[in-house]
Design a protein around this ligand. Structure first.
Ligand code: HPA
Ligand code: ZN
Length: 346
């Protein structure tokens, strides 16, 4: 077996993937038709080229706004598992960002229940497992973020359907001009309720935002963390503390335009600095990416060996919010598969 085929088939973990960003182009068209929404074009992939995070978010928001009822969320979630599993996805903690839906009058309970229905169907079909992280949308401000977290805690306490899949909360959307510390209260409420915490930082902002994510918001992981190497002290500290960074190298080219080529991306240097940097797709359907490609392209760009790539996959397990037993089982599954897939030609 050649190394690219082996990387495609290797069971992989993904911790930075927005479920809305997995929506198939055909599903975008069909949901627009269902809800009487006129799209700027019927070939939606023509919209999928971006100059920075904010131009991407305009398209992301257009796609998000097509999710109007519980069935839509279920369909999206189901297709996201099927499409991930086709490229070796074994386990994912996936974001959903319900701010605009709550603003339009949807109930968080319906959204979570719909997602959970779809994930369960996808799991039954593929054997992959997918849990949820509820993201606050920075663009809607701290008060909306706090309301979302409070409602989530209320639903979990009541044992509402699907809430057992929600492991934690995150923070995404536009970074420039937003002070992450203004979301401290929402994160504190989440922490007190036993929810895990992560946040997008440093995709377009300096390392001070990454530090704020860890020190002020109490995050155990940082999503992207792209600018971290600009602060050697912080780099050393997060490496020592094994704070995971869920890095999305190809997204950083296609969405944020931070680098032109993978060779110029700091992923390799992040890992050489001892950081627990994992590999993820971010918004695969909106950027024409998949997790198999992410692994293959990164290996080719940095000259990584098969063993290096298996280590990256195992670091993904360490960065999950699974309990010890589940982590051990998932690591064993990856190690066993790696042993039988081990490529013979390079
Ligand atoms: N950054 C911020 N918000 C997002 C992203 C991202 O990469 N993808 C979807 N929402
Ligand atoms: Zn993201």
């Amino acid at each position: 077996m050649d190394i690219d085929t082996a990387l495609e088939q290797l069971p992989k973990v993904e911790l930075h993937c927005h479920v809305e960003g997995t929506m198939r182009p055909q599903t975008v068209v069909e949901l627009a038709r269902k809800h009487g929404v006129t799209l700027p074009t019927q070939d939606v992939t023509r919209l999928y080229s971006y100059s920075n995070l904010d131009t991407f978010l305009e398209v992301f928001w257009l796609v998000q706004a097509l999710l109007r009822d519980r069935d839509d969320w279920a369909r999206l979630a189901h297709e996201s598992v099927v499409d991930g599993a086709a490229h070796g996805l074994a386990y994912r903690e996936t974001f959903f960002t319900p701010a605009r839906h709550l603003d339009m009058g949807q109930d968080l309970g319906d959204i979570v229940a719909g997602l959970a229905d779809g994930l369960a169907a996808g799991e039954a079909e593929t054997g992959a497992r997918v849990l949820l992280v509820a993201d606050i949308d920075r663009a809607y401000g701290p008060a909306a973020g706090l309301r979302m977290v409070e409602r989530l805690v209320e639903l979990r306490t009541a044992g509402a359907p699907g809430t057992e899949r929600v492991l934690g909360v995150g923070l995404d959307s536009t970074e420039l001009g937003v002070d992450p510390t203004t979301f401290a209260e929402a994160f504190a409420v989440a922490g007190r309720a036993g929810l895990r915490r992560t946040s997008h930082q440093g995709e377009e902002t300096p390392p001070t935002h990454i530090a704020a994510g860890v020190d002020v918001l109490g995050c155990e992981r940082i999503d992207h963390g792209l600018s971290i190497l600009d602060d050697p002290e912080l780099t050393k500290r997060l490496a020592q503390e094994r704070v995971p960074l869920t890095v999305c190298p190809n997204s950083n080219i296609r969405i944020a335009n931070r680098v032109q080529r993978l060779e110029d991306h700091p992923f390799r240097r992040m890992r050489e600095a001892g950081l627990l940097a994992t590999l993820n797709t971010d918004d695969p359907a909106l950027t024409d990416l998949d997790l198999g490609y992410e692994y293959r392209s990164v290996r080719a760009a940095y000259g990584y060996t098969w063993e290096d790539m298996v280590e990256i996959a195992l670091d993904g397990v360490e960065a999950t919010w699974l309990d010890e037993d589940d982590r051990r089982a998932l690591s064993a599954r990856i190690r066993n598969a790696a042993a039988s897939l081990a490529p013979t030609t390079f």
